[in-house]
Design a protein around this ligand. Structure first.
Ligand code: ARG
Length: 590
């Protein structure tokens, strides 16, 4: 049954009356799917396969000289006489050219038509251009950032923050409900130690001024005084015991440390354009849920006693032996993570849960997920560790302990210096401090997201600030430049501009690249790699630069100027949306 209805009566123009129904096609959100659907349906008529199957085999052509869309014929697995495809398939108003090169069958879209459909769509969707609803009804939890109170916020936490936020945004962009969770390291004997330290070295005033830094200072001092002083250690243990037993005075101090730290973190996160739905932490996991899990593990003979401690032997799975409870009955990081995930499932009934944590904790998460599986939890396969490699050389100039705030200050200053090198431009920037902050943060984030997550990289203070090459400043500059065209051209965006006038190769390349954005959002959901998006926007920005060199808006005859302006506007919307997806704030001027 041919789903594409062609109307041959119209002077030989093949007009398509209704689109073929294809399972994976998202005609509403992805306008390239219209063209793919039509091609799939055309082929299916002769291939003895459904359009659904063929749709999956279509690829974006790697050689635009030959066409926009391609299919490798051997993948159709046809038997019988060879088909003369070029003769059988008749071009129509959507697909203007069909050709064969070796094993490949190539198709070319009608460009004025794609441009018209696409730009009307973007004009309607604006900041929602690119997203889809494929995950509607599904929900996920993302555990990310998760620093430890009174310890440095190190590069691993920064990566977790950036990558976790991205994973969250990508899910939202694919129609999921996403809950962002900050699981603070806020429990354990070291908080007893911190309290003891605060009595000795603390200052109420300093605490209010900069809680994170002050608590760290106190922690370092008290740690140093432990040496040769077993008394301090004993006191810390006793203090933490009081906390675990719910002693109100002990808990009040700890709560104050925690709340002040969270408040300060929230300010810094806001600067990074990030917020959390929930501030949780190891302290929030109830004893009851941990014990419930431990009992199941004991009953099922998965956990066993060993020298008074409770362990799970996972050597069979090459996952070592996991310790769940110490001799004195206290629990561990892993035990709390077991309790935490059970509580989270009870609360959210998530379809997926992600932990954005460095690959140094690979074993920890493998153990956690394996233990869930052994417990007989049927949703164990919804858990995923979003791992990433290390960053070398992220420290401030003074080389002191790393606080996120200091890194961001340093970045802003350095960016400011770079900006000052161009006196003329610098003098035109309204709010240089704000702009330096945003570009600086973009520099850090793009540097972090340019390669596969698992790769280690070195923090490069010089390279990441460059306006050339694949950097954050380059992307922000491209965005600001597109904004300035809109501001300065003296024309309004006209959604009914005559797009038939966009005939140059670079205009066609640009439209084609813009049209691929919904595909990229979809594939980012599978890779969960920020570089999927970064690579795309780099390509988009390169085409924008090339196009801007030859296709002017200003000084061009009005009709053509309006068509080009609409195209650049769509490029700006797409770039801005992609930057936001990565967690950046797109700049309008810089
Ligand atoms: N606080 C931990 C650390 O700094 C990271 C916590 C990650 N999340 C988790 N559920 N284990 O290493």
């Amino acid at each position: 049954k041919l789903a594409v209805k062609l109307d041959h009566s119209n002077n030989g123009n093949n007009i398509i009356k209704s689109l073929p129904q294809i399972k994976d096609a998202d005609y509403e959100n992805n306008k390239l799917d219209i063209f793919r659907g039509i091609v799939a349906s055309m082929i299916s008529e002769f291939a003895g396969k459904t359009a659904d199957e063929i749709f999956k085999l279509l690829e974006v052509s790697r050689n635009p000289e030959l066409g926009d869309l391609t299919i490798a014929l051997p993948r159709l697995r046809l038997s019988g006489d060879p088909i003369n495809w070029v003769e059988k398939l008749i071009p129509n108003e959507y697909i203007t050219e069909i050709s064969q090169a070796g094993y490949y069958l190539n198709f070319r879209y009608s460009y004025p038509l794609l441009a018209k459909i696409l730009l009307a769509h973007i004009y309607e969707k604006k900041e929602n251009y690119g997203i889809n609803q494929s995950g509607s009804g599904k929900s996920c939890v993302i555990d990310y950032s998760s620093p430890n109170i009174a310890k440095p916020f190190h590069a691993g936490h920064l990566r977790s923050t950036i990558i976790g936020n991205f994973v969250k945004n990508v899910h939202v962009a694919n129609g999921w409900k996403a809950i962002g969770l900050n699981y603070l390291g806020d429990w354990g004997k070291q908080y007893g130690l911190l309290a003891i330290g605060f009595e000795k070295f603390g200052s109420e005033e300093e605490l209010l001024k900069n809680p994170i830094k002050h608590l760290y200072d106190v922690y370092v001092k008290i740690n140093a005084s432990i040496e040769g002083n077993p008394d301090v250690d004993e006191k810390a243990r006793a203090y933490f015991k009081k906390m675990e037993d719910g002693d109100e005075t002990a808990l009040a101090l700890w709560r104050k440390f925690r709340e002040l730290s969270i408040k300060k973190y929230m300010e810094t996160y806001a600067r990074l354009n990030i917020d959390f739905d929930v501030y949780s932490g190891e302290s929030q996991i109830s004893n009851e849920s941990m014990m419930r899990a431990l009992n199941i593990l004991k009953e099922k003979n998965i956990a066993e006693e060993s020298e008074g401690a409770l362990i799970v032997d996972l050597t069979k799975y090459k996952l070592d032996v996991a310790l769940l409870q110490k001799k004195d009955g206290t629990t561990l990081y892993l035990t709390r993570d077991i309790g935490a995930i059970l509580e989270r499932y009870e609360k959210y009934e998530f379809d997926a849960i992600y932990y954005a944590v460095s690959s140094q904790q690979e074993l920890h998460f493998k153990q956690l997920f394996k233990i869930l599986e052994l417990m007989g939890i049927e949703w164990f396969d919804r858990c995923k560790h979003i791992n990433f490699g290390m960053v070398k050389g992220m420290s401030t100039r003074k080389g002191t302990a790393v606080f996120l705030d200091d890194i961001l200050e340093q970045t802003k200053e350095s960016m400011h210096e770079v900006m000052r090198q161009n006196e003329k431009k610098y003098s035109q920037v309204d709010n240089p401090d704000y702009v330096a902050d945003i570009i600086g943060i973009s520099a850090i984030m793009i540097q972090d997201m340019s390669a596969k997550r698992i790769r280690n990289y070195s923090f490069d203070w010089t390279r990441m600030f460059s306006f050339e090459g694949d950097t954050g400043p380059y992307l922000q500059y491209a965005h600001a430049r597109l904004c300035s065209i809109e501001r300065n051209c003296g024309l309004e965006i006209n959604p009914s501009a005559n797009l038939d006038l966009l005939t140059e190769k670079s205009a066609i390349d640009l439209i084609n690249m813009i049209a691929q954005y919904p595909d990229v959002i979809k594939s980012a959901k599978y890779t969960l790699e920020p570089c999927t998006i970064v690579t795309y926007i780099m390509k988009l920005c390169h085409i924008v630069s090339v196009t801007l060199e030859t296709l002017y808006v200003m000084g061009t005859e009005r009709q053509l100027a309006e068509a080009r302006l609409l195209m650049y506007w769509a490029a700006r919307i797409t770039l801005g949306n992609a930057l936001k997806l990565l967690g950046l704030k797109p700049l309008e001027r810089m």
